[in-house]
Write a protein that binds this ligand. Structure first.
Ligand code: CUK
Ligand code: CUA
Length: 641
């Protein structure tokens, strides 16, 4: 074990110190499919087969690629400002990034989940987690815009998130750092972890019709580090599975403390039972502070609301709801197969992949086949819940996806490979190298009841020699493999935006058919909309000047504005009158601290600008919109106060 740990923690350093050749996987030469080019070639003018939504890691964004070409289609700001979209710069979008701590321009985004109906991807929304300042976001796939963000109280490091149940009843969020609850006295010695620190898990409900989220309830669990999760499905619908590390409850995770125990836990949560308990009045309302931000498509504006209460089921209530299953050292992934029967834990420091059986788990619970409890939560005997262990799979197992044909594919960070194995007999059937050090992997629909099964994509942490060098920082990368045959075959490398962790993919037609082409100007209920050029005007309210402005190819109205004085705050409410697909206009004023904005057809966006000196100030359109784009300009005259 000691040896394996050393390899795991020094793997990256080793790669850097020795030559690249030494960390290249074996049989690298034969990995690429001979007809890879024709299998990934999407001719000019043709569409890709799939949309691939890739988390941006430390960039806080989500990027969207076409598969199999690997062409980048869009970067969607979620937990970040984005100059390309004006996100977080316009007055309408700023509230989306508000938290109980204030405006957070940038966060760390790891996991994405597409909404599901009956365990199948339905193409309506995609959910995302913010890791650092705990939040969950919902992106509307009609507009590819972030339309809702909810902050999570009693949480820190929202990593085990935003995994969903099979009808998108709930999106969950397990705290990665246990901390004292928000309303407790947090001014305690850090080494009182065991007494004072708790691990909260949030169940966020999702409205079936409009997707609106609410924190339905939280579970107050022992102070573990909830790392990852996945919902039960089909036969195990109604259950959720969370993996943890640091079941030692150490307050410093230097190796000596945290990985002492032979096993950490996967916790099975019976959320249907939790719902019954709440109905029976068992939850208690606890004072907290969090923000709930929504973007309203009718008014084209976001609102941020401060919420002050959350319902908690405390540890004493959990003994008939939660069950701990021992899982070898520091489990990372926690994945449920398409039938709902197998629950795969991947211990980063383990030499086997343990696979648990839902049927056996139910039997063990019925027979109370326990090995004691942890703060009242029963610990099911390892052997009683175990389906079996995959022996000698590779080094550093991380995440598992399913191919829909009774097989699983697991990523191995340390040995840099994907390994395919049989769920029933746990035999290894195939392995293929990745370049290098794969984190998450993704089969389109691979965590749903209906995996698409044709491809797997590896999201790699290190690229080293794969692309042209770009200074000290190299791009992370994705690699596309064909898995339709017996052998997994490498087809394509493509660079990613930020650091990819988890990803999702869906057949193109599922998303395309709902894609919005433009906003209907007649339905625009923005408080400062200007419907038609004759209504353009300038209105002064004290030191604030409202400019009701329109734009259409190829001019602004008004385009000459006088009467502005130094010290005035000017609010340009710019309405794009176009009613056609793909005709945004841009807007920029010299010296603007908010940069620029971009206005979609039929939309109104407000741009704040302060007059700080006397003079003539030009403004113009920043998005090439017609042959007369360059003529799309105007002047402001700023006079002394
Ligand atoms: S984590 Cu990144 S490789 Cu945050 Cu899901 Cu495993
Ligand atoms: Cu409008 Cu360029």
């Amino acid at each position: 074990m000691k040896h394996l740990k050393t390899i795991l923690f020094s793997g990256l350093a080793l790669c850097a110190l020795t030559s690249i050749e030494s960390c290249k996987p074996k049989n690298a030469g034969n990995a690429v499919s001979a007809d890879a080019a024709s299998r990934t070639y999407v001719p000019p003018g043709k569409y890709d087969e799939l949309y691939n939504f890739v988390s941006g890691g430390f960039s806080g964004q989500m990027s969207v690629y076409g598969i199999p070409s690997g062409r980048l289609l869009k970067v969607v700001p979620i937990f970040s400002v984005d100059p390309e979209k004006g996100w977080g710069y316009s007055e309408e979008t700023k509230p989306m990034l508000e938290t109980s701590y204030g405006f957070v321009p940038w966060d760390d985004q790891h996991h994405l989940e597409l909404s599901q109906t009956n365990g199948e991807i339905d193409g309506r929304w995609i959910f995302a987690n913010a890791n650092n300042t705990p939040r969950i976001a919902r992106v509307d796939l009609r507009t590819f815009k972030t339309t809702e963000i909810i902050e999570l109280p009693n949480s820190a490091g929202n990593h085990s998130s935003p995994f969903i149940t099979e009808n998108t009843e709930y999106v969950v969020a397990g705290t990665r750092f246990s901390v004292p609850p928000d309303n407790a006295n947090g001014d305690v010695p850090i080494n009182t972890y065991k007494q004072n620190f708790k691990g909260y898990i949030s169940f966020v409900s999702v409205n079936k019709d409009n997707g609106n989220m609410d924190i339905a309830f939280q579970l107050e669990t022992p102070g573990f580090n909830w790392d990852l999760s996945h919902a039960g499905k089909a036969k195990s619908h109604g259950w959720f599975f969370f993996s943890c590390y640091n079941s030692e409850q150490a307050n410093t995770l230097l190796e000596v403390n945290a990985s002492q125990k032979d096993k950490d836990f996967i916790m099975a949560v019976n959320w249907k039972k939790a719902e019954e308990y709440l109905k029976a009045g068992k939850g208690k309302k606890v004072p907290v502070k969090y923000r709930h931000n929504k973007f309203d498509e009718k008014t084209h504006t976001a609102k941020s609301e401060l919420k002050t209460e959350v319902t908690v089921l405390s540890t004493e209530d959990l003994k008939d709801i939660c069950y701990l299953i021992p899982c070898p050292k520091s489990p990372h992934g926690c994945d449920v197969d398409p039938t709902g029967e197998y629950i795969v834990g991947s211990g980063k420091l383990a030499t086997v992949i343990p696979v648990f059986s839902f049927d056996k788990l139910m039997k063990a619970i019925n027979e109370k086949n326990y090995d004691g409890d942890f703060e009242g939560i029963p610990i099911v005997k390892y052997e009683a819940a175990l389906h079996g262990e995959v022996q000698k799979p590779g080094l550093g197992p991380l995440h598992t996806e399913f191919d829909g044909n009774g097989r699983a594919i697991t990523s191995f960070f340390v040995s840099s490979e994907l390994v395919r194995w049989n769920l029933k007999d746990l035999s290894i059937v195939d392995r293929v190298p990745t370049y290098y050090s794969v984190g998450h992997l993704m089969v389109p629909g691979g965590d749903s009841r209906k995996p698409y099964g044709k491809y797997v994509i590896a999201y790699n942490k290190i690229t080293k020699d794969r692309f042209l060098p770009t200074g000290p920082e190299l791009t992370q990368s994705a690699q596309l493999y064909d898995i339709s045959g017996d052998k997994m075959q490498l087809l394509l490398d493509f660079p990613t935006i930020g650091e990819p962790h988890y990803a999702q993919a869906a057949p193109a037609e599922l998303i395309m058919k709902n894609s919005l082409k433009f906003y209907n100007i007649n339905e625009n209920m923005h408080p400062y909309v200007t419907k038609g050029e004759p209504n353009a005007k300038v209105v002064r309210e004290g030191k604030t000047v409202h400019v009701y402005m329109t734009c259409i190819r190829s001019h602004f109205a008004p385009d000459n504005i006088e009467g502005i004085r130094v010290g005035d705050e000017v609010l340009f409410h710019v309405t794009n009158l176009e009613q056609d697909w793909d005709v945004p206009h841009g807007f920029a004023v010299k010296g603007a601290l908010n940069g620029e904005i971009l206005i979609m057809p039929g939309e109104t966006i407000t741009y704040k600008w302060t007059a700080d000196r006397v003079g003539i100030v030009p403004f113009y359109c920043t998005d090439f919109c017609s042959a007369l784009h360059q003529e799309m300009q105007g002047y402001l005259r700023v006079s002394p106060p």
